[in-house]
Design a protein around this ligand. Structure first.
Ligand SMILES: [Zn+2]
Length: 156
């Protein structure tokens, strides 16, 4: 009927989007802006779930309460990256990895950058502390923490 022609039309939809991160993630991001890390507790298995979740996947039931965890922790694993976030080669590597936070149950990690240390200093099991961005620069994102640095003598 159209004789093999490609028909087309121009259409600019006036669609506006709002995306909800969900109850647990929304509260988590809000608390980051205040320089705090929040988790959920499950009364049945007595775990502290971080990042917070409204449902315990072990007990198959809703979690029970909010609780804060500390901004200190232990490096679980790490990677030395010679590529930046745009996959461009860099001379000084970026250190990234997973931190288990103090107060959360084991194997509840947060992926983040490491700073104030070199690829030769970093170790699994190393004790670290979050370096928060100044309050006016926080955006309710995991990047409200700039990076994790080595814990100093007398801290935590
Ligand atoms: Zn549970």
């Amino acid at each position: 009927m159209y004789g093999g022609k490609v028909t087309q039309t121009r259409f600019r939809p006036d669609a506006r989007y709002a995306w909800s991160a969900g109850e647990a993630m929304s509260r988590f991001l809000e608390e980051l802006q205040n320089g705090r890390l929040i988790a959920r507790t499950c009364a049945a298995c007595e775990r502290v779930l971080f990042p917070p979740r409204m449902f315990c996947e072990l007990c198959f039931r809703p979690t029970d309460a909010w609780t804060h965890v500390l901004d200190t922790g232990t490096i679980e694993t790490f990677s030395v990256s010679y590529l930046d976030t745009n996959a461009k080669r860099i001379a000084v590597p970026i250190l990234v990895g997973v931190v288990s936070l103090d107060g959360a149950s084991p194997r509840m990690g947060m992926m983040h950058y490491f700073g104030e240390m070199t690829k030769d200093d970093i170790r699994i099991g190393m004790r670290v502390k979050a370096v928060w961005r100044p309050p006016e620069e926080r955006r309710g994102s995991v990047l409200d923490i700039a990076y994790f640095r080595p814990l100093r003598e007398g801290e935590g």
